[in-house]
Write a protein that binds this ligand. Structure first.
Ligand SMILES: Cc1ncc(C[n+]2csc(CCOP(=O)(O)OP(=O)(O)O)c2C)c(N)n1
Ligand code: SF4
Ligand SMILES: [Mg+2]
Length: 351
């Protein structure tokens, strides 16, 4: 048996971010996924984004379901909080954790089977409630862990490795997230780190439900001709609507842009998203137009990527429910249980 472990010692000259961590501090265990699996590239992009964003690892909670994709939180942010839930149940556990403590950054990592098949109901309600989180689906069109059955995101007419044709209509999680009210919706490709890292950084800076569908080829079961989730297919059919430059609140804005070619969106935390338009007509602040574009282009076989929709002013679940600003574990017994008189007054107000 081979035992894979990373050395604990870091070279003293490794660069540190402004909160004192090296990039290595954001890594996790050695991956046990297949060599070339798209999911490992997404883990690397998450590590890069968190390091560059100066996220403190102990302020992150990673939650996932079941699947190769849901195993990946073990391979990044090794000193963060983590919870591996039941298949398809990550969103409700994440919602509960977020309600109990709004001070952490919640990162939900899921698969297309986990979110579009067994977990579709959970996915839908987390989006429509505006849970403050980064929700990443590592989308390969198959159940990788259980040996490559079609998932609900597999395109109609696409072929399995053995040549079986998928006859069912696909679920497009981006279209669903748009329709359900998510306030940040993006699609990336695991093979395009330059696009993916700024998308993850922007999602981290966003307040509300931030959803990123990342096409992530499964090299073991869905990377052949006939698949629409293979490296070759996505490279040939990738239609990026924009490119993000992510500017954190402390960065100096030095890059100049042609007027008309850029949309700037300032987020609640002071970060600025500069969207370099690749499609002049595409407006990422118009939910209906975004949905129309994704569906129209999708129908002609294109994989639309980029920041597809953002509403920087949307209220999140904490505002909807007026949740406690103090994490529940920081409240005293008196605050948590204010006594019979307070209960009586509450009951009286409802009569
Ligand atoms: C309740 C339940 N049903 C079924 C399974 C079997 N199962 C494990 S992972 C998985 C699908 C995973 O697919 P996906 O979420 O797309 O992840 P991937 O492996 O492709 O990254 C299934 C059906 C399970 N573990 N639990
Ligand atoms: S089976 Fe597919 S999804 Fe799972 S690790 Fe291998 S390549 Fe990745
Ligand atoms: Mg999958």
């Amino acid at each position: 048996m081979t035992y894979l472990a990373k050395p604990r010692l870091h070279h003293p000259t490794l660069a540190r971010n402004s909160v004192g961590f090296t990039r290595r501090d954001y890594e996790g265990k050695v991956s046990t996924l297949c060599a070339g699996c798209g999911h490992d590239s997404i883990s690397a992009a998450i590590i890069q984004a968190c390091w560059e964003m100066d996220v403190e690892p102990h302020r992150v909670a990673k939650l996932s379901g079941i699947g190769c994709s849901s195993k990946t939180p073990d391979y990044f942010l090794g000193s963060s909080h983590g919870f591996n839930t039941v298949h398809g149940r990550m969103p409700s556990v994440l919602t509960g954790a977020a309600l109990a403590n709004r001070d952490l950054l919640y990162m939900g990592v899921s698969g297309d089977g986990d979110s579009a098949s067994i977990g579709l109901g959970q996915f839908a309600h987390a989006m429509r409630r505006g849970v403050n989180m980064v929700y990443i689906v590592e989308n390969n069109g198959v159940y990788g862990l259980t040996k490559g059955q079609f998932s609900a995101t597999a395109d109609q007419g696409s072929k399995s490795k053995r040549g079986v044709v998928n006859s069912d209509s696909p679920i497009d999680l981006v279209g669903m997230a748009l329709q359900l009210g998510a306030s940040f919706v993006a699609r990336g490709f695991s093979g395009d780190k330059e696009q993916l890292v700024p998308l993850i950084k922007a999602a981290i800076g966003h307040k509300g439900a931030a959803f990123i569908d990342v096409i992530s080829p499964c090299v073991a079961f869905n990377n052949h001709s006939g698949s629409t989730k293979s490296y070759d297919y996505v490279r040939e059919h990738n239609e990026a609507v924009n490119r993000i430059d992510f500017i954190s609140s402390r960065d100096e804005i030095t890059v100049g842009y042609e007027p008309g070619s850029v949309i700037e969106v300032e987020q609640h935390d002071g970060t600025v998203l500069r969207l370099r338009k690749l499609h002049q007509d595409y407006d990422p602040t118009n939910r209906g137009a975004a949905l129309d574009h994704v569906m129209t282009r999708g129908a002609s076989g294109e994989t639309v990527t980029g920041l597809l929709y953002v509403d920087h002013g949307a209220a999140d679940l904490h505002e909807h429910l007026n949740t406690s600003r103090t994490p529940l574990n920081g409240l005293s017994a008196v605050e948590l249980c204010p006594g019979r008189a307070a209960l009586e007054a509450l009951n009286q107000s409802l009569r």
